[in-house]
Design a protein around this ligand. Structure first.
Ligand code: PLP
Length: 409
């Protein structure tokens, strides 16, 4: 009989990759819930709102109209037109259809761009804390992620000096994400300007600007895309955006990119030989999201703002924790430096952000993600895209648990 237990060998490009820590924490929380424990998960990267009804209706109408076949490879003409109108409306930028691509989520926009541009050993500069997927994708595409720590004292923003020091002849991209996952920090024009002065001196370095949280900003913050700050920046910038966060459409998988036509064409080759067009029905829904009423975005953002303040105020009241008030997105990224070295009532030592998060999950039943998962310690990320009642309860539990810690000195 033929042996069916054939050993599996995975590709070396996956040697350093695994499913994300966020998923692992989510799985542990689900396990605890199944065992009857009242776990509150503050780990989700998606709005808790529903997709707006007009968007759902548009999808239904598209299905009934037979829009269920392959579409143009990187976006229907209708969706590209809606994206072009969005850039004109929100960013004051003009693009042609050849400068726009539509993919299965912003995630695929980034992946296509890296696959289309990186040769082995090419370097990509990523300010830290970063969305973990960035460095994983760079690795998979054969590049080298060059991470630069940008802590709370720097407003979680990269400085011109750090950028200059990190650039080498092999640097292909600088990846910026404003507002940021996980820090919520956002760049103002005066934060971009010194970075652009550095980039101008290094024409081999392109800018990937992930603006997926563009609409979720607080206290009158006005988001700008660096591509709008000078024509030469636009000529080497890929703007990454999508409908997942602003329109509560994470499951629909529509993201888009805008940049120079040669880059967009190269990205289309990657898409052509991997996934082909994104879902036809989701594309029709995205047309309605972008062209339809926009007023609910501000209402939802106001609700996120209330929750941001609830969480940030509660965290700052805990001795040993400090939390910068973020400008956008729906995450708070708190420093737990003051709790490192503390002892739990049963004698464990909290020696890292990972240890703190796992202790809080096990004892307070609140799931949060350690900064280590985003490349910067000792911090932890709280996603506040969940109900105020859950947030209030979670913060009360975290406060009570931390009060039992015996801190050093
Ligand atoms: N960029 C950032 C910074 C994100 O946090 C996420 C999702 O969590 C994405 C991109 C991907 O979004 P999409 O759902 O469009 O793939």
């Amino acid at each position: 009989m033929t042996d069916v237990s054939v050993p599996f060998r995975k590709a070396s490009r996956l040697a350093t990759q695994s499913v994300s820590e966020i998923l692992r924490i989510g799985a542990r929380a689900a396990e605890m819930r199944k065992a009857g424990l009242p776990v509150i998960v503050l780990g989700a990267g998606e709005p808790d709102f529903d997709t707006p009804p007009n968007v759902v209706e548009a999808a239904y109408a598209a299905m009934k109209a037979g829009e269920t076949k392959y579409t143009a490879l990187d976006g229907t003409p209708a969706l590209k037109a809606a994206i072009i109108a969005k850039f004109r409306r929100d960013n004051g930028l003009e693009f042609t259809a050849r400068e726009v691509t539509v993919c299965a989520g912003a995630k695929q926009v980034i992946f296509n761009a890296l696959m289309a541009t990186l040769d082995p050993g090419d370097e990509v500069i990523i300010p830290t804390p970063y969305w973990t997927t960035y460095s994983a994708m760079v690795d998979i595409a054969g590049g080298r992620a060059i991470t630069i720590p940008c802590g709370a004292e720097a407003g979680f923003r990269l400085t011109a000096e750090q950028l200059e020091a990190a650039i080498t002849p092999k640097t292909r991209w600088l990846m910026l994400n404003s507002p940021s996952n996980p820090s919520g920090a956002a760049y103002r024009p005066e934060d971009y300007q010194p970075l652009l002065e550095v980039l101008e001196r290094h024409p081999q370095v392109w800018l990937m600007s992930d603006e997926i949280y563009e609409h979720i900003v607080y206290d009158g913050f006005r988001p700008v895309t660096p591509a709008a700050l000078a024509p030469w920046v636009r000529a080497r910038t890929l703007i990454v955006n999508g409908v997942s966060k602003a329109y509560a459409m994470t499951g629909w998988r529509i993201g888009y990119g805008a940049g120079p036509a040669e880059l967009i064409a190269a990205m289309a080759v990657v898409q052509s030989q991997s996934t082909s067009n994104p879902c036809s029905i989701a594309q029709a829904a995205a047309v309605e999201a972008l062209n339809g009423p926009q007023d609910y975005i501000a209402e939802r953002t106001e609700s996120f703002r209330e929750r941001r303040d609830l969480v940030v105020d509660a965290l700052n009241a805990v001795p040993g924790i400090t939390c910068r008030r973020p400008e956008g997105a729906f995450y708070a990224f708190a420093s737990c430096a003051g709790l490192i070295g503390a002892h739990t009532p049963d004698g464990q030592v909290i020696d890292s952000d990972r240890a703190l998060c796992s202790w809080l999950l096990e004892t307070a039943h609140v799931a949060m993600v350690p900064g280590a998962a985003f490349g910067l310690s000792p911090y932890f990320r709280v996603s506040y895209a969940t109900s105020k009642a859950d947030l209030t309860e979670a913060m009360a539990r975290v406060t009570a648990a931390c009060a039992t810690l015996v801190r050093q000195g």
